[in-house]
Design a protein around this ligand. Sequence first.
Ligand SMILES: NC(=O)c1ccc[n+]([C@@H]2O[C@H](COP(=O)([O-])OP(=O)(O)OC[C@H]3O[C@@H](n4cnc5c(N)ncnc54)[C@H](O)[C@@H]3O)[C@@H](O)[C@H]2O)c1
Ligand SMILES: [Zn+2]
Length: 818
Amino acid sequence: MTPSQAEARIAELSQQINYYNHQYYQEDHSEISDYEFDKLLEELIQLETDFPEFLTEQSPSQRVGGTITKEFETAMHETRMLSLGNTYSEEELLAFDERVAKGLEHRNFEYFCELKFDGVAISLVYENGKLVRAVTRGDGTKGDVVTENIRTIRNIPIFFSDQEVPAKFEVRGEIFLPRKEFEKINSERAENGDPLLANPRNAASGTVKMQDSSIVAKRRLNCYFYQLITNETEVNQHDSAMALLEKWGFNVSPTYKKCDSIKEVLQYIEEWREKRHSLPLDTDGVVLKVNDYDQREELGFTAKIPRWAIAYKYQAESAESQLLSITYQVGRTGAITPVANLSPVQLAGTTVKRASLHNANEIERLGLYEGDYVFVEKGGEIIPKITAVSIEKRNSEAQPVRYIAHCPECGTELIRRESEAKHYCPNTQSCPPQLLGRIEHFVHKRAMDIDSLGTERIRALIDQGYISNFADIYDLESKSDELLGLEMNQDQYQKTDEGMLYISLHKALFALTEGISLSAIGKFLEENIENALEETLKNFLTYIRESKKKVAQNVGTIQLLEGLLQSYPFPKVEDFLPLPLVLSLLIGKKAGISRLKEVAIHESTVHGILLKLNLDLSKEQEDRIKKLKANTFQEGVITNMIEGIKASKEQSFERVLFALGIRNIGENTAQILARSFKNIDNLKNASSESLLEVNGVGETLVNSLKEFFSEEENIQIIDRLKAQGLNFEIEEIERALESNVLEGKKILASGKLNHFKRDEIIDFVEANGGQYVKSVSKSLDFIIEGEDMGPSKKEKAEKLGVKLISEEDFMKMMGKEF
Ligand SMILES: NC(=O)c1ccc[n+]([C@@H]2O[C@H](COP(=O)([O-])OP(=O)(O)OC[C@H]3O[C@@H](n4cnc5c(N)ncnc54)[C@H](O)[C@@H]3O)[C@@H](O)[C@H]2O)c1
Ligand SMILES: [Zn+2]
């Protein structure tokens, strides 16, 4: 680079950085990511180092980024408020460590590590035990006086009455808006139709500079402190200063650590890389500071940063991509999660094609329009997220993204419960993913234990209409012929928000071409993973020509596909193709695209679509379509499945009761209920009182039971299951009584017993014909009084006139002497 080129680049960079600084500090707005910003600054510093003749005092490399605002009084900082040098690399951190060691002539030193809190710096000045001034960092020399606003923060000490504090001291820290608070504010704003706040840092910064402190008070800001400045204490080390701050009642984040070496610092950095996401506020790195003040003085400062501290910033890499479409996933609980389909982009070493959008609030917060260019980041979460929209690049005719109103799986209108961010599909009975969840529970090892019914098989049976409730499982035997040929692997399908079925590009290209194997196509796609669909198809044409197999025919089909994709406005989903287009190429004129579109909605497999169409296909067409289908049920699989289902009829009533998946009835409760009520009819007809008398049964459970038995459908299913031979009563052999000494007696034990553990006494009472009751009530025949029986229970028993007998007397009564 020539000097004049460098000069021009320095001018350009300075201008850009000044602009972003203004946006960031004055407008509380980031147009680029911190990482990109820091890269610009780094480039500037490098050029100024290489060409020192162009370094000026006005350069943004020499000045703290903020300024003061006109709306507030300003105050000078007695000690300048500086920036921190930062780095994203371990290498540079080691270089920093070497500089420090050299600066201290290789004497011993310690680092004090803290997290870098992502908020707004503040300086508080105390005089005679009172907060007199709160000032923002401003340009580092002077800042805005925002005392009134800061006084609203509840855990900031305003005066000290009974603490010894220096007559004059200053503390510095970071004001932040807890993430929860931020989300709460935004959901309120969404409700009122107000524009949403972009992120907690900007929100905190905007709040600190508000004119009306009564609004500030409502925002629940918080603050972490990390610096004490005073010459009135003996303190000469940062760790003791922090201890003092804590003692005086300043909020200090408990995440700090003193380290003996840079190696330990690196461990600290790794320790917090993921863990920091569980903190109540955003953090973007680690600050390491030399612990000893004398050593700090020896090291000194540059124009805007101390030489004794540096920030290591965790990289949240960001990349730009285009939103192709949004698909909505329905979970096993009915919760809806929107997922953005993106044009492929490289991010942190992987190709990203999807990003989670969490819920409708998130879409609204981002202000997403169809086809928007968006920034994606990979933070602590595994699934990348969209952090911002590039509004300048938006097509002027684009429409805002509209959240779906109906379940893409079953078409039921969605609901949104108050105070919940997610939408739900209320169709718990027959919405496929929800039904899947319930059937998975039913066949679970600890329930009916049908391990030949794995998730894929259940899903296939649900999707293709063979199972819509538990009882249907036991009808499968009589339908085993029909099951042959059912499709199994759902990974090859996708559905859009409207329920339109898509098929994986992998399978589609396999079926559309001849003479090219599935694995060869897989390999080709692997090599094209970074490309968008159009690009991939173009490359595929070249690939076909090079493969020299049925070139003319294969090329022709793929070109037809390209044409169809252009003429029909199907939403784009990377790696998948709309099934109607693919099918139309395979079955020729037998069904038009509009007819195929009609039947492909709310269908889940090619098999299902074909059943609906009921076409007369040629052998060749059938063969090609077969290539499109997923793995199918084979004879062996079916036999094995039916065997497992038959065997499950032997499961005990306890297991069956648990398998029914009645809300709040876990394995233990199912056991207790089965033993107490012996059969399903007794349980169904049991009064609330008799239910409540059972150990472990509370109001919620009673309600769940009532609700369950009040649904006609559940009763019908139970009747069918009974007819199919499942156990709905306790097997008598198991319940053979040891004696009937306690027959008809209601008994409770309280306090510690010597001869029984808690559950043993229950079994013992029941095995001798008695009924164990869990709470003190008039209906009790007696209470076995153990050691240390609770006084309130005893009092209640005496008041109700219930007899108390000792454990010894009880044993005698049972004819057992110990
Ligand atoms: N995206 C953008 O457009 C844009 C524009 C300007 C600045 N920025 C970002 O803002 C960052 C902040 O710059 P800066 O100069 O305000 O701060 P800095 O990164 O230079 O660090 C100094 C600040 O860190 C804060 N801090 C948090 N935890 C701390 C701790 N434990 N100990 C000491 N200080 C702690 C303090 O507020 C202090 O003032 C830059 O690195 C840049 O990434 C982004
Ligand atoms: Zn549904």
